[in-house]
Structures are given as C-alpha cells and as structure tokens.
Design a binder for this molecule. Structure first.
Ligand code: MOS
Length: 733
C-alpha cells in the first residue's frame, strides 16, 4: 500500500482499541522475569559457552604482539578469537570503526579478542592472561583544541544553510544575544548491555541479540562475516533499552558468531558493563555558538546556530543545528556544522540525536534573549511562531501546535507565579525557580511491512521484524490489528524482532510507533479483503466488529471464516512525497521548577510538566511512559551525565554506572504529561507521530533556565553541577 494523499476516515478512527491506555501485553512476562532477553535464550541455544571480550588498552596505534599461550592453558578455555585467526572480516555499513580491532587500533576498548570458555568466570579469568603489547600513536582527543580544524560534512543535509542576510541583520538588530554553549559526551547507559548468543547450523548463523533495527543488523553481520544475508538470522524479541545505542550491530554479536564457529557450539557474549562506554557508541560532545537578533518588540530578525563536534574518520557530526532551521521565525538565518576528527570512541545516535543537544543550547539562548528584551520567555516564543518552513514559504507544517503547548502548559504549571527577577524566591535554604523550553523533533516516516494470519480459533497473529525496546510496540501493534479486524486485544498475538519476518521500520528516530503500526494497518487491509473474498462478501462493504465480518445481510465469525485453513496476508506501507510537500514535526513545551541549595549549589528538581502535540496517541499509557522516561533522561543531561575525556589517553574515564551518573528515583519528583488531542492525516493512516524522542527535547534547557531563575547564575556548560554554581550563588542568609 502506498500512502500518497492525506488519510481520510478509516477503521482506526473507531478508537475502540487504539487510543486506549491499555496495559502492556508483554508486561506480565517482563515483570515475572519470563520474557527471554538475548542473553537468556537458553532454550533456543542450549549448552552455550561463554565469551569474554578483551578491549584495547590504547586509543590509537597498533598491536605489536599478542601472547595467548597462558590464556589458552587456563581452565575451561575452548577458543580465543582475534583478528589474526578470525579470517577476513568486513565492516558493517552502520559501523564507523571495526568491531574486531587489530593490528590497527581505532579507539580505546575496541575489541581485540574474545576468550571462549565453559563458564563466564573461566572466560573472564583467562581474558586477564591475554598479553597484548601495543605501540601507541598520538591521537586527537580534545574537541575544543580540534574545533577549528573542523570541516563541513559531505552529506547534503548537513551542509551550511543560509536565508537572507544573517550577518547584516544581526549586526543591525537592536537587541542581541551571542553566546557559546557546550554539551559533553553522553552515554546511552541502558539497563541491558549489548548481548548476543550465536549458533551455527552448517553455514547459517542465528544470532539472538539486542538490536533496534533487525534488517540493518542482519545486513551488517553478513557484511562483517563475509557471508550472504540469507545465511544470517537475527532474533531480538525483547530489548532492555536501546536509546540509539542498539541501532547498530556491535562487537559482541559478531564476536559471538566468530566464537561459536571457533568453539563449534553456541556462544553467548555480553559486553561487560565497563566496556560499554568506550567500546560502543555515544552521543558526541558539542560546542555551539548561537546568535539571535530581535527588534525591540521581540521579533526575531536574525538567527544563527553553529555547532562543532568530532568523530572518528568517516564519522558524522552531531546535527545540533537542525531544529534551528524550523523552530522560530526570522527572515535572516544561518546554520553551520563542522566536524573534527577525534580518536575517541565512535560517536553516533542517542535519543533525539541533533535536537537533544541542539535544544539544550538554543533554548537557553532564547531565555537569555527574552530577558534582554524584558519579555516573558513564553510570550517571546509565541510571537516568533511560524506556520511554514522559514526557508520555503510554500512548505507548511502538517500540524504545528507549539503555541497551544506553551499556552496550556503555562496555565497548567502556574507559570504566572514565576518571579521575573532571578534569585528572588526563597524556601528555607532553597532558592526556587521556574524554567520553560520549547520541544521540537521531526517526524520521519519509514517503509514498514507486516504479515497477519487469521487462524481457525479466530486469533490474528502479527509477524514483523519490528522491535520493542521497552517502548510498548507489542501493545500498539496488537491494538492496531485488533481495531482493524474488529477483535478484542486478547485475540491478537504479536511476534516481533525476527529477520525471518517481513522487514519493518525498526525502532529509531521516534519513527517506530507510527511507521510500524502503519505497516500492520496495510497488512490488515489485505487480510480483510482476503476474508471477505473467502466469505463471498464485497470487501468494500465488509464490516469487521465484535469478532465477526458482515456484508450484504450476511454475517460470519472470523473463527468460521478461517475454519478450513489459515488466511494469511502480507503488505508493506510505503510513502509518496507527502513528507516533502509538508514539514512533519512534533512539538511540545517543557516546564520545570527547581530548588537550588543556597549553600551547596545542589539542584533538586521539584516539578516537571511536558505538553506534547504529536499526532494521534496510540496508547496514552505507553506514550506517557516514553515521555516521562525521556524527561528523566533530560534531567540527567542537564544535571549529571558527563563522559569525562582523558585527554592524554583518549578514553572516557567514568566508564561504569558508578562513575557515569544517571538519575535515580530520588532525583525525579512529580512529572506530568499532557497530550494535545490531535490527529495528523499527513503522517500515515494511523494519523500518529512519535513522542519517544520529543520527550527529551528541550528538557535540559528548561532545567537550566529554572536554575538561572532560581539563582541568577547562568551556566552555559552542561551538566549543571554544583561546582559551576557555588561560587556565584547569592548567599543572603
Ligand atoms: Mo534513536 S537515537 O534513532 O534510537
């Protein structure tokens, strides 16, 4: 099915099942520990040996020699895989560095060996006996130092953008802000580390793994191993968090396959937690300069955003300037990104790549300019709203309700009680303040396929390689199929995350919910036709409800319809150019109240509110969970998350969950999420968009602005830790 014109009324609009805040259908399995995650596929791959990964101890250079003798002699050791004995390996499309390094080392903790043994403990003990001699080379590790060597990225969408005369308009603007902000390297730090079990059957390998994008992963495992894609099966039914870190195949999947071949039995590998931070990808640090000029009435006349970031050779920039092309008005505009070569671990996507760090800077700048204008920051944003892409007047937003998000949020949050002057509200030892930021994230549609089967029990089974990374995919797919087929949700079975199933959109870029359910919609349209045809009914008239199909005075239960054999249908939802004709984005507003200890500079969040406009919300409960999770991650980004670079050694120092701090329950107080009642017929027949990344966009800046409002101290370098506040705090007691 191809989606080429805006959606009209369709069975989803009945909203008997879709749109309901149903509990997750996979919840009982998860809460009873019976959902098999990758490392727990004992039944599928019995008798698995354990692999333990050895990571490089230098950031750049070469392996001079590797002595495996002692490790090979250690108890329980079955095999040791290194670049020397692994055969010729390729590189996956989605990987910047090689997943098994040697002799050349491209980054710290790049895998250099896998020790396979009978038990995990034996593998770990033997791994300590692997003797590697390195010749270290000089690398570049300091973004601030390398920044001016940055070059534009080759991809067109990362090119500099220009509208009107930015320099002239900025120079002549009566009110201006010109400030530089920094965001540090951050880690996904998901609960479940990268984990895989591999098992060979002849020349075919099955990898049970934790991966967001099954088809990409299947392709990259095949490419790396140098075997046809058809010889690789990826299975990923449950995933304990991804946040972009599992968009790509990582070392443990490939090493499990190589280890299983060497050991001639299934091998399971998890990246040890201390390897996660340097071995895998991270969100790269940015330096961002923002210049905004406005008239005295607060109309933006010039807006410019530049961002510098780094990555390994052939890597990508952190696209921090992109939202600035679309979020606010202004006739004169510029954006620019520069990418420097850094020999740190691979930078890549982490929840709302681009917008998350971009808005952390932009939305402080907007707060600073509002203050210069003596204008309420909510009002400033409202008067600079636009209805179309500021660079192309004819390109309208499919939906844009930023103003309503801001207005209703301000009302709900009690924004009018905010002190305009910072540092004025005292509650005992606490300085209290409020902050606001806009949220913006593009909506991307992705081709997605599904297969649906109706059996003789009247049960519909959905099969698609779509993944549920903790987002609620199982449930919204079941809701979609139930709605389409006129069934209660318990008559739908959902099977996900298997490369044997039709290729879906996968989970990434907040496109998963809308795109994957649209694929299920397409398959269900076909199934309805097949059922009607079988029942001798006119498909166009057939009505599916209450477990039956009716047309022309005839009625049949779905059970009866499939009495003499399963009815199977498969289809792909594809898209025309609606996403080119219209700018599709999601919008929101974040409001935060913080209290900062006047003596220690410690920040405590008191209240958070997010108002989101993101198309139809397929399940308000799982969508809310996505947004509160994203808000929590935003709080981490604002106040604690920081991969500290060792600028001599070229690695992230705090590479475990003790050193890399993320919010815990005690850090997160009352959170409220409001979804505006919206449908977007431009997005898909589901009329839905994404919220999983929108929820983090702007949160960091709303917190930073609240800290400023509380203390009068403006911190432009994240995270806002107490050392950046304490010397500047107004001590009045
Ligand atoms: Mo997302 S960072 O595309 O998983």
């Amino acid at each position: 099915m191809k989606f080429t014109t805006p959606a009209t009324t369709n069975p989803i609009d009945q909203l008997k099942v879709v749109g309901k805040p149903l509990d997750r259908i996979d919840g009982p399995m998860k809460t009873t520990g019976t959902a098999p995650y990758a490392y727990e596929q004992h039944e599928a791959a019995p008798n698995a040996a354990y692999g333990y990964v050895v990571g490089a101890a230098i950031a750049k250079g070469r392996i001079v020699s590797m002595d495996l003798a002692a490790a090979k002699r250690a108890p329980g050791v079955i095999a040791i895989v290194t670049a020397d004995n692994a055969g010729k390996l390729g590189k996956g499309k989605m990987n910047t560095a090689k997943l098994l390094g040697g002799p050349e080392i491209q980054h710290y903790h790049q895998a250099v060996a896998l020790v396979v043994a009978e038990t995990f403990e034996q593998a770990r003990a033997a791994a300590q006996l692997v003797q590697v001699k390195y010749a270290a080379a000089k690398g570049a590790y300091d973004l601030a130092k390398e920044k001016d060597k940055g070059v534009p990225h080759k991809d067109k969408e990362n090119a500099d953008s220009k509208v009107g005369d930015f320099a002239g308009a900025f120079a002549s603007a009566p009110v201006r802000i010109d400030a530089t902000y920094t965001t540090p390297d951050q880690s996904h730090a998901m609960m479940e580390p990268h984990a895989s079990i591999a098992k060979w059957d002849g020349d075919k390998v099955t990898v049970w793994t934790a991966n967001q994008m099954i088809a990409w992963g299947q392709g990259d495992v095949a490419k790396t191993l140098g075997i046809p894609k058809e010889k690789v099966r990826l299975v990923s039914p449950y995933i304990g968090g991804g946040f972009g870190g599992k968009l790509f195949v990582r070392a443990e999947a490939v090493l499990a396959a190589l280890g299983a071949k060497a050991a001639n039995r299934p091998v399971k590998v998890t990246l040890q937690r201390p390897l996660m931070f340097n071995n895998t990808t991270h969100r790269p640090a940015t330096i961002q300069r923002i210049r905004i000029g406005a008239s005295r009435e607060g109309k933006i006349t010039a807006i410019g955003h530049e961002s510098w970031s780094g990555d390994l050779p052939e890597g990508q920039p952190e696209t921090a300037v992109n939202q600035t092309k679309l979020l606010y008005a202004g006739a004169n505009r510029m954006t620019k990104m520069r990418l420097s070569v850094l020999d740190l671990p691979e930078g890549n996507a982490m929840r709302a790549p681009g917008e998350a760090p971009g808005l952390m800077a932009l939305e402080i700048a907007v707060d600073e300019l509002s203050e210069k204008l003596k204008m309420d920051p909510v009002t400033f944003r409202i008067i600079n709203d636009v209805t179309h892409d500021p660079a192309q007047r004819e390109r309208k937003f499919s939906q844009r309700r930023l103003v309503e998000c801001l207005r209703s949020g301000a009302e709900r949050f009690g924004w009018s009680k905010r002190s305009v002057e910072p540092g004025k509200v005292r509650d005992g030892r606490w300085l209290v303040g409020m902050g606001v930021a806009a949220a913006f994230r593009n909506n991307i549609v992705m081709k997605s396929a599904a297969r649906v089967r109706l059996d003789g029990k009247g049960v519909v089974t959905v099969e698609t390689d779509m993944t549920d990374i903790g987002t609620g995919t199982y449930t919204i797919i079941a809701q979609t199929a139930a709605e389409m087929m006129g069934l209660p949700i318990d008559k739908v079975v959902v099977k996900l995350g298997d490369s044997d199933f039709p290729v879906s959109a996968g989970s990434g870029g907040q496109w998963g919910a809308n795109s994957s359910t649209a694929g299920v919609y397409a398959a269900c349209v076909k199934l309805r036709e097949a059922i009607a045809q079988k029942a001798g009914m006119n498909a166009a008239e057939a009505e599916f409800s209450g477990g039956s199909v009716r047309a022309g005075g005839k009625s049949l239960t779905l059970q009866q319809a499939a009495q003499d054999g399963e009815i199977v249908a498969e289809d792909t939802m594809e898209y025309g150019d609606l996403d080119k004709k219209f700018q599709q984005s999601t919008f929101g507003a974040h409001f935060v109240e913080v209290a900062v200890d006047a003596y220690t500079g410690e920040t405590r969040i008191r209240r958070m509110l997010a108002v989101c406009a993101a198309g139809r919300i397929l399940n308000p409960k799982s969508a809310r969970s996505q947004v509160i999770g994203a808000m929590t991650m935003g709080a981490g980004a604002a106040l604690m998350e920081h991969l500290v670079v060792d600028k001599r050694g070229g690695f992230f120092v705090n590479h475990d969950l003790a050193g890399y701090e993320v919010p815990v329950h005690a850090d997160i107080p009352h959170q409220e999420v409001i979804f505006l009642d919206e449908t977007d017929p431009i997005s898909s027949p589901m009329k839905a968009k994404g919220v999983g990344e929108l929820g983090i966009c702007g949160v960091g800046a709303a917190i930073a602005n609240a800290v400023y409002n509380a203390t009068g101290v403006r911190v432009r370098d994240y995270p806002i830790t107490l050392d950046k506040l304490i010397d500047k705090m107004p001590l009045t007691a």
